[in-house]
Design a protein around this ligand. Structure first.
Ligand code: PGA
Length: 239
């Protein structure tokens, strides 16, 4: 498993359902090497081994994995297969998967466990909806998501948490800097076992706000969607 402690920050590009061979070839040509930060590109799974890597800080990551280990499950992709092609990171429980593909805290927990058992770091995504924020129940929502989604086997060395307020994803809206700091510190204090976990922020991160967000003491990196599709913009974010 990758040693997360070796990196000051972790930046993850989430391409979602975007990209093609030409786009990827150009992207990897233009992506700038980074000596201190860990950079992960989560491309659609068919392109996972397009990264011909000679940079020790750059990794290809998956966007999802199966709850199953192997067998008659057409269309699925197991953690063991990801390990087989040398994948080190995998997103789990992204809000789009929770919303459109019936992902639950329970399935996130199983997937994360499968990944850890295959030496792959799950990036467990949590976040509240706008309605939950307005009802002022964000902390209850996050506590339940964390407690149910993070497997007992998880620790700060084998698991990452990504806090992504759902209302901030793809909208251009972000919480205030103070709110991001407060929520990240809250997450680390939910239980003593989460104290040392690295917590990434996601939701409308772009070159113009990433430095300020990432400078917060409780923010250990960023998960970037839309802005990660423009390599020049992503280069600024990771620099
Ligand atoms: P966004 O997406 O950066 O486009 O808001 C983030 C994400 O969905 O992970």
């Amino acid at each position: 498993m990758i040693k997360l402690a070796n990196f000051s920050s972790i930046f993850i590009a989430n391409w979602k359902l975007n990209g093609n061979t030409e786009f990827i070839n150009e992207y990897y040509q233009k992506l700038l090497p980074n000596s201190k930060n860990c950079v992960v590109v989560c491309s659609p799974s068919i392109f996972l081994n397009k990264l011909k890597n000679n940079n020790k800080n750059l990794f290809s990551g998956a966007q999802d994995t199966s709850i199953y280990i192997e067998g008659a499950f057409t269309g699925e992709l197991s953690a063991k297969m990801l390990l087989d092609i040398n994948i080190k990171f995998c997103l789990v429980g992204h809000s789009e998967r929770r919303e459109y593909f019936n992902e639950t805290n329970e399935t996130v927990n199983i997937k994360s466990l499968n990944l850890i058992n295959n030496n792959i770091i799950p990036v467990i995504c949590i976040g509240e909806t706008l309605e939950q924020k307005e009802k002022k129940i964000t902390k209850d929502v996050l506590t339940k998501q964390i407690c149910e989604s993070v497997p007992d086997l998880s620790n700060f060395e084998n698991t990452l948490i990504a806090y992504e307020p759902i209302w901030a994803i793809g909208t251009g809206l972000t919480p205030s800097i103070q709110d991001i700091d407060e929520v990240h510190s809250f997450i680390k204090d939910i239980d003593i076992r989460f104290n040392k976990f690295k917590v990434l922020y996601g939701g409308s991160v772009k070159a113009s706000n990433s430095a300020e967000i990432n400078s917060l003491k409780n923010v250990d990196g960023c998960l970037v969607g839309g802005a990660s599709l423009k390599v020049e913009e992503f280069n600024k974010i990771i620099s």
